[in-house]
Design a protein around this ligand. Structure first.
Ligand code: PLP
Length: 376
């Protein structure tokens, strides 16, 4: 029996202890037992997001929380600035469009990070902008954006700053309150090491004001209802009880080791992955690489889709290919969550085998050896 390795930038593997907790007897959510868990989870989530503000939990994938931010902060005819340098940044633009929000687009070259100076200029030229949407780790390109710098620029204006930190959180630094991020968004199936199905959203006092006047249609994702319930450590609708039980366990595991440890652990795996692929003679795609996922250029003449398929079907390692304009051109090797040094080394070894099978001139052992050296 081959061992299966999930090395995509979401979903990521789930620790056994968390799987066991989620398999426990299901309890009802309107009980003191569940409410005690939720109260504790709410407190622990604030620590992970580095915020004193409430963190809401939705029974949805990450996109649900992205949509929540748009429909609760804005109104018909409002203007938003969408910073996009990949698939996920574009998603904010698509959501705005779906609800009739006007957008000013800052299209960053894919593979590059957004510039705070450009954001400043766009905000000056378009003073009607009410919200700025950005991404911590743009998972489709493997780029990490300088959220701290951009937040400083947005904070000088009346606009609120919404950050999709779904893949970046716990791997790349995010200081929600200290940096002045108004809304930070997370998802369960990335650095949180849970199955897909939960999304998270923080809300600053500045963002809270916008909720009062927002007239876009909403019901399930209405933050007014969420706020009311959150104050009582409750939820307006039935929460995803089992996933929240798993969240309780994983938050304890993460906080026990500390958030700094989570960041340095991801940084270590990411650095070895980058050095490993470069030592194999491959090129990195991202100019500002994230510690959640490494995007690698598929060598000239090699079929990128075949690489991902052979990795998955023959080596039993799920890596991600390129999306949209990057289809077949890059592959993305994640080192996010419940993954370790030896997963990284295995993935580099498997990549050499598969690349060689596809006709690429790689020397065996180069990637793994470099990673071993760095880990030592
Ligand atoms: C995974 C991911 C999402 C959310 O996608 P869902 O499929 O809705 O969970 C959003 N943004 C980024 C940057 C992501 O990596």
């Amino acid at each position: 029996m081959r061992k299966y390795r999930l090395m995509a930038p979401g979903p990521t593997p789930v620790p056994e202890k968390v799987l066991l907790r989620m398999a426990d007897t299901l309890i009802h959510h309107r009980t003191p037992q569940f409410q005690a868990v939720l109260k504790d989870v709410n407190k622990k989530l604030k620590k992970v997001f580095k915020t004193e503000n409430p963190v809401f939990i939705f029974a949805s994938s990450g996109t649900g929380a992205m949509e929540t931010s748009v429909i609760n902060l804005l109104s018909k005819g409002d203007t938003a600035l969408v910073i996009s340098g990949g698939k996920f940044g574009e998603r904010f633009g698509e959501i705005c469009e779906a609800y009739g929000v006007r957008t000013v687009n800052y299209d960053v070259v894919w593979g590059e990070a957004a510039s705070a100076d450009v954001v400043r200029d766009l905000l000056k030229k378009n003073p009607e902008i009410k919200a700025v949407f950005g991404t911590l780790c743009e998972t489709s390109t493997g780029v990490v954006n300088d959220i701290e710098k951009i937040a400083k620029v947005v904070a000088e204006t009346p606009a609120v700053f919404v950050v999709d930190a779904i893949s970046g959180l716990l791997a790349d630094e995010l200081k929600t309150d200290v940096w002045g991020v108004d809304v930070a968004i997370g998802g369960s199936q990335k650095g949180f090491m849970l199955p897909p199905g939960l999304s998270f959203l923080t809300l600053s006092a500045k963002a809270r004001k916008l909720i009062e006047s927002s007239d876009l249609p909403k019901y399930y994702f209405d933050l007014k209802a969420a706020l009311k319930s959150h104050a009582k450590d409750d939820t307006p609708w039935t929460p995803a009880v089992s996933l929240i039980m798993g969240l309780d366990t994983i938050l304890d595991m993460i906080l026990e080791k500390g958030l700094d440890n989570a960041l340095s652990y991801h940084a270590r795996l990411a650095a070895a992955t980058r050095a490993g692929v470069e030592n194999m003679g491959l090129e990195l795609f991202a100019k500002a690489p994230s510690n959640a996922v490494t995007a690698v250029k598929v060598p000239e003449g090699i079929d990128g889709a075949a690489f991902v398929k052979k990795m998955r079907d023959e080596q039993k390692i799920t890596v991600a290919g390129g999306q949209a304009e990057l289809k077949g051109k890059i592959f993305r090797l994640a080192h996010l969550g419940y993954t370790d040094e030896f997963d990284t080394i295995s993935a580099l070894s498997a990549a050499s085998i598969v690349l060689k099978q596809l006709g690429c001139d790689v020397e065996f052992g180069k990637g793994a050896a470099k990673a071993e050296e760095m880990f030592m």
